[in-house]
Design a protein around this ligand. Structure first.
Ligand code: PLP
Length: 416
């Protein structure tokens, strides 16, 4: 430090006649103001704590707190999930070197399909290498040029691509806009079959599709409902069954596609679950299923164990919900706008793309790993930092993240 060190000379020099406790309180207040001034001026110097010896490669103490994975339930590193993968690998080998219908169906694939159907309370299920594949396969196999598909404009890219591949008549309704959906359903009455397709939870905004209203409209206009549950399976609803359970419409949603690569162990894989004849048809007609390799046994082992854990108890899902609530309420109390409601995807809305980028960078400097999203991933002027909560974050982790956001937000004037 140089002789121009900015410590206030007036801090200790003024006389105070009051009793000692209030003198200390006064001192504390002044010091805090002074510190706040340093932070506000952007000249705050943080010290990184090194946990290794000095050298070109360092390990920092405390590591980096991760708030940007889809590991909602923390099952990606759950010891039982890992053990199940190792056991499946040893018993069933590395892979099948085949697609399912030639030489690639093992008992564990059939068991997992049965378990998925039971978890969702549906008739049957079919596995894919990914949910991207499940979305790529379903629309083309199910819908003909006589049919219509009505899709939320903010649906995931894989739904959009899947719909592109099919020859049905295509309608795109405004995001979660039930008036627009109704108008499109009225227009689609001329077609043989109507399918409404929506994400259950939207990953950029953490908002949840109004499934009750969608199902009512579907009933009124004789349509089927399809939901993509990648950001809901395992944790939304009282037993983690997903958006349909959360909103009380499990018996009204006909088809569910979801992933094994997020909350359910995080390895890879996807599936469709629904009526048995539909699943039978997909086994015959769905191109990503027919022409792509079987899921590797280790991946099947992970997902199978993850589902066992969730069917035994809803404690993990409940714990994640409590952490989400803690983060959302503390961030809002600090003055941030958090998009969505009750979802572990917590987008911290900032507006400006540069602000989102520099704040995310500064968060990493403070040991918190979060990602800024800007155009074209989200609309222009709606840049944000997306925070994702997991059941395995501790309350202290959540509080550390909120504190870092508050500091960084003040520094960059995203907070008053
Ligand atoms: N659908 C949604 C809503 C997603 O967020 C994703 C993954 O990002 C997918 C589908 C694709 O899932 P998978 O990684 O299993 O291909």
């Amino acid at each position: 430090p140089t002789a121009t060190s900015p410590t206030s000379p007036s801090l200790f020099t003024k006389r105070r006649s009051s009793r000692a406790p209030s003198l200390v309180a006064e001192l504390r207040r002044r010091l805090e103001n002074e510190l706040e001034g340093i932070r506000g001026a952007g000249t705050w110097k943080s010290e990184r704590v090194i946990a290794s010896r000095q050298g070109p490669h360092l390990r920092l103490a405390g590591g980096i707190l991760n708030f940007c994975a889809n590991n909602y339930l923390g099952l990606s590193s759950h010891p039982e999930v890992i053990r199940a993968a190792v056991e499946a690998l040893e018993k069933f080998g590395a892979g099948l070197s085949s697609v399912r219908f030639i030489c690639g169906t093992q008992s564990i694939h059939k068991d997992l399909e049965e378990k998925i159907a039971r978890f969702h309370q549906r008739e049957d299920a079919i596995l894919y290498a990914s949910c991207f594949d499940a979305n790529a396969g379903i629309f083309e196999a199910l819908l003909t040029p006589e049919d219509a598909v009505l899709s939320d404009e903010l649906n995931h890219a894989s739904i959009i691509d899947g719909i592109r591949l099919c020859k049905a008549n295509k309608y795109r309704y405004k995001h979660m806009d039930m008036q627009d959906l109704e108008a499109k359903l009225q227009d689609a009455q001329k077609h043989r079959l109507r399918l409404v397709a929506t994400d259950g939870a939207f990953s950029m905004d953490g908002d949840i599709a109004p499934l009750r209203e969608i199902c009512q409209l579907a009933q009124k206009y004789d349509a089927l409902v399809f939901i993509d549950e990648c950001h809901a399976t395992g944790f939304l609803g009282p037993n983690g069954r997903g958006t349909d359970e959360l909103l009380g419409v499990m018996d009204k949603v006909t088809i569910i596609n979801s992933t094994l690569g997020k909350a359910l162990g995080g390895a890879a894989g996807g599936y469709t679950t629904g009526p048995k004849p539909l699943i039978d048809l997909l086994r015959q007609r769905s191109r990503p299923y027919l022409f792509s390799n079987s899921l590797p046994p280790a991946v099947v082992g992970c997902a199978s164990k993850a589902l066992d854990l969730l069917m035994e108890s809803n404690a993990i899902a409940q714990s994640m919900a409590a952490k989400t609530q803690r983060f959302r309420s503390k961030m809002m109390a600090a003055g941030f706008t958090i998009s969505g409601k009750d979802h572990p995807i917590c987008p911290v809305m900032l507006g400006d793309a540069r602000l989102a980028a520099v704040m995310a960078e500064d968060m990493l400097n403070r040991g918190i790993y979060v990602i800024g999203f800007s155009y074209p991933v989200v609309p222009k002027g709606k840049a944000r930092i997306r925070v994702q909560i997991s059941a395995v974050h501790s309350d202290e982790d959540i509080d550390r993240c909120v504190e870092a956001f508050t500091e960084v937000g003040r520094k960059h004037r995203a907070l008053p």
